[in-house]
Write a protein that binds this ligand. Structure first.
Ligand code: AMO
Length: 428
């Protein structure tokens, strides 16, 4: 049976091993040839001695990135960097790579992002790029684990839907037989219905689609949203759940890939035990002390958020957003209806999560539809669930790519998206 390179390294000197992987690089010399073999766990030198003529022949027809299988003996007293090599007895080419490569795997200079995304299959062979997605998987696993411990069940809601969730614009239409349909902007309405259905705590990890026309380093037209909804809860419960989920995700990543990341110069954020909170109105005050005028009801610009973010070294919440800035399902603050029981989670200047307590009273919900200029009839599939016993509830939506981006200190969301969908890109 073949071993991974990492497993092979743990075997005793002289052990016979079979390794499969890519020829990352090779050198043919007079008396000996060398291959740098790479698999999903690392790289290892394969040494081919001159006396193995058949092998020398195979080596002379090699290309970089050809897929091979190597059988040989482990030498743990080698003159290589890690002191280990495999002395080859056989070399089988499993699939030859074409030449020239569209993108180098070991080139020091990075190609531009467009070339990289066009050739993503090869761009991801680079260790540092591969590490991004292994990191994302660990963070998500840490969050999933925490939510499971907190008795959330993972659900899957439809992505082809009949109504807008997050406002009428920014929808991708879909021709659904004789009817008009859309790609879902978020699982918002369905996760709320599931609270009426009695599940109490649900979460979903799935795609969300936004037909936003702008092209920025923070926006995708298809992103992965981690959504939760919890019954008999308010916004403060949801904020606590978010804080602990994020901490669990970072713990998981640190314990598994922390060392690899720091060897690439990436130091993970140290989240504070309690994430600080600042209200929307306090943000306005902070900005006005810096001679930035923001009127109540306006959203913060990226420049505003830079100033606010400079006051907080890590994660923090901005709470009590104006009701007019939040979607119809957001609960107004009792006694001060121009504000809402809502929050965003920020990391420095970046928004990574939105959440809120939701309206649960069907009459209030109807008023909120009208106030937002929406036709309540279009949402009857949703509001029906409120008429027959809907618990008070709250939740949030966390953008997985945004979270990965801030954690790994990347500056373009496309870096942390396998196959990004943006204003101009739908392939590969
Ligand atoms: P919102 O629209 O703020 O809230 O989205 C929640 C989070 O999703 C991420 N996000 C995006 N990521 C990449 N590209 C985009 N175009 C994009 N749009 C949003 C962000 C954002 O914070 N239903 C509510 C959530 C809730 O209240 O439960 C919602 O969708 O990280």
């Amino acid at each position: 049976m073949s071993l991974s390179i990492a497993d092979a390294l743990t075997q005793e000197n002289d052990t016979e091993v079979t390794l499969n992987g890519w020829v990352q690089d090779f050198r043919v010399l007079k008396t000996v040839s060398f291959i740098v073999l790479r698999d999903h766990t690392g790289v290892l030198q394969v040494t081919v001695k001159k006396d193995k003529e058949v092998l020398q022949k195979a080596i002379s027809s090699l290309q970089r990135e050809t897929v091979v299988s190597v059988r040989g003996k482990l030498n743990k007293e080698a003159l290589t960097k890690n002191g280990i090599e495999v002395i080859a007895d056989s070399l089988t080419v499993l699939n030859k790579s074409a030449t020239p490569l569209p993108l180098g795997v070991i080139d020091k200079v990075n190609a531009d992002i467009e070339t990289r995304l066009n050739n993503r299959f090869i761009d991801l062979r680079k260790e540092e790029n591969n590490l991004i997605f292994r990191s994302e998987s660990e963070v998500l696993w840490g969050i999933r684990k925490y939510l499971h411990e907190q008795k959330f069940i993972e659900v899957h809601t439809p992505k082809i839907v009949a109504a807008a969730t997050e406002g009428g614009a920014d929808l991708f239409p879909v021709q659904y037989f004789e009817k008009n349909a859309y790609l879902n902007q978020s699982p918002q309405l369905y996760k709320e219905i599931l609270i009426s259905a009695g599940f109490n705590r649900v979460f979903e990890v799935g795609p969300a689609f936004r037909a936003e026309k702008h092209n920025t380093p923070r926006h995708l037209n298809e992103f992965t949203s981690i959504d939760i909804e919890m019954g008999f809860s308010d916004h403060t419960d949801a904020m606590r759940m978010l804080q602990e989920s994020i901490k669990s995700g970072i713990r998981q990543l640190k314990s598994t890939l922390g060392d690899s990341l720091s060897s690439h110069g990436i130091n993970l954020p140290e989240p504070p035990d309690e994430f600080p909170k600042i209200t929307y109105n306090e943000c306005i005050e902070l900005l006005s002390n810096r001679n930035e005028v923001v009127n109540f009801g306006s959203d913060f610009t990226p420049e505003n958020l830079k100033i606010i973010g400079s006051e907080f070294p890590s994660f923090y919440f901005i709470t009590e957003w104006p009701s007019e800035l939040r979607a119809f399902y957001t609960m107004p603050k009792p006694g001060q209806e121009s504000l809402s029981n809502s929050f965003d989670l920020q990391f420095k200047e970046f928004e990574i999560t939105s959440g809120a307590q939701r309206v649960h009273d069907p009459d209030m919900l109807e008023l909120r539809f009208r106030k937002k200029g929406l036709n309540p009839e279009d949402f009857s599939f949703y509001s029906n669930a409120f008429r027959y016993g809907m618990p008070p509830h709250a939740g949030w939506g966390l953008g997985l790519e945004r979270l990965t981006m801030i954690m790994l200190n990347m500056h373009n969301i496309r870096e942390v998206t396998l196959f990004p969908r943006d204003r101009t890109r739908i392939s590969p």
